[in-house]
Structures are given as C-alpha cells and as structure tokens.
Design a protein around this ligand. Structure first.
Ligand code: SAH
Length: 243
C-alpha cells in the first residue's frame, strides 16, 4: 500500500516535535511542504529527498504527495503546528478518492494555540475558540460573526493568521468587533515566532492590541472576562469560582 503521512511538526523547534512525527519522517523517502517548513526539518533528516512549493499551492502539494506515493515512495507531507488545524489533512482526504491505492495517516502536532499559550502562561485555561482572520477561504462577514459570538460567549480566543501584507489592518478590524462586546481593559497577549528564532511574548490590553501591528508569524490571544495578569503572565482561571 502506498503511504502518505500528513505530519504536524509543531511550532518549529526540534524539541517540540513529537516522537511520532519524527518516526514518520524517518520512515519516509520524500518530505514535501511549504518551503519554510521544509527548511525547518531538513537539518534533522538530511538523507531525505525534498520537494517544496510556494505558500498558496496547497492542492499542488497534495497532488505531488499522491504522485510520489503512487511511484512507491513513502511520503511525509509536513505542516507547521498540527496538520489538521488550518493544515493539509482535510485537503488530502478531499483529494483522496482519486487515489484509492494510497493510505493516509495523520500525525498530530502541537498547534500554535498550545505552544504559544505556554509562552504567555495559561491564557486558555477555560473554554476557548480558535478563529483564523484569513479571508482567503472564509468570507469576512462569517469571520466577524464568529468573533462576535465567541466574545459574547466569553470564550478565550486564539487568533491565527492575524495579519499579512494585504491584510495589515485585519487585527484592528477584529479588535473593533471584540470591543463592541468587551471592555478595552480585557487582558490579551500575542506571541511571535513561537519555538523559533526571535520568539517574543507580550501581554497587553485589548485597546493596546487594537493599535499593535503584528505579522503573520504571530498568534494572538484574547482573554475572557476572567483572564488576569499574574507575575507578568496571562492567566485564565479554570472556572468562574474564586479559589
Ligand atoms: N497548522 C498550524 C496553523 C497554520 S495557519 C498550527 O496548527 O499551528 C498559520 C498561522 O498559525 C500563523 O499565521 C500564526 O497565527 C500561527 N502560527 C503557526 N506557527 C506559528 C509560530 N511558530 N509562531 C507564531 N504563530 C504561529
């Protein structure tokens, strides 16, 4: 049976990669991914063949993986964080009916909400939502609705894809929606380059976040009304009762 592992490699550093992810890549002949992620794993698996594509070539990357697998090679298709969270796992399954001979194994990884959360302290200690601000695949009015309802439900929110060159004001727009529900004093945070060179975690208020420019290698954390700052860390208690 031809084999594709869809591997979540975690935030970037080798120590945050699971043993299962490492085993999948060890067992592969070819490693395929977006160039930046391929560069993150190449030093650790230098004897493998590598194929990379630009950022918005997800379907091409999947087809490449199926073609390689069909030629008898074991393939790892790598994604940052977890392969199922804004990753390639879903797309591989969607395309899989055309390649019935190929077995697919999804290998989970530490997603940015988890690795970034640890950098900030304990920001998602209670119910939380994960929302991507990218409107490439989701209409913006649906993103706005999700932001509003998550805030109304007092969820902690991890915001992925908070910015890009074309969408430099999306975080500001998102904060404006959150500010229709929450006060400007709400505790928030963001982490840049989690597990990579230049890692930086910042705790700030929602009003301050609104006026902050972040880049695409950043995950943003919105507090709930229970979230507080303890010793400089962003902490959401596990419940609504005082300890
Ligand atoms: N599959 C990935 C998410 C891909 S979407 C995961 O599970 O983590 C890309 C977004 O994820 C980025 O815009 C950023 O918001 C977040 N992200 C992924 N890796 C990150 C890292 N190392 N540091 C900060 N943010 C990261």
């Amino acid at each position: 049976m031809n084999m594709i592992y869809v591997v979540g490699i975690g935030p970037g550093k080798e120590s945050a990669m699971t043993a299962e992810a490492r085993q999948a890549m060890e067992a592969s002949d070819v490693i395929i991914g977006y160039s930046k992620y391929v560069e993150l794993v190449r030093p650790y698996f230098s004897d493998k063949a590598y194929l990379d594509t630009g950022m918005r070539k997800e379907a091409d990357r999947c087809r490449m993986a199926f073609e390689q697998a069909s030629s008898g090679k074991t393939v790892s298709l790598v994604c940052s964080g977890d392969a199922g969270i804004y990753g390639m796992a879903g797309l591989i399954y969607e395309l899989s009916p055309s390649w019935p001979e190929t077995e697919i194994v999804v290998v989970p990884g530490i997603t940015a909400a988890i690795s970034g959360g640890a950098c900030l302290g304990a920001p998602i200690g209670h119910d939380f939502a994960v929302i991507s601000l990218s409107d490439l695949l989701t209409p913006w009015d649906l993103i706005e609705k999700r932001l509003k309802y998550a805030a109304m439900g007092d969820f902690n929110i991890a915001l992925y894809n908070p910015s890009s060159h074309k969408r430099h004001d999306y975080l500001q727009k998102a904060c404006d929606i959150l500010l229709t529900v929450h006060s400007g004093d709400l505790i928030c945070g963001y982490v840049q380059n989690i597990g990579r060179e230049g890692e930086k975690a910042v705790v700030l208020t929602l009003s301050e976040l609104r006026n902050t420019q972040v880049d695409m290698f950043t995950t943003v954390f919105i507090g709930s009304t229970r979230t507080k700052v303890i010793g400089g860390k962003m902490v959401t208690p596990r419940g609504y009762r005082d300890v």
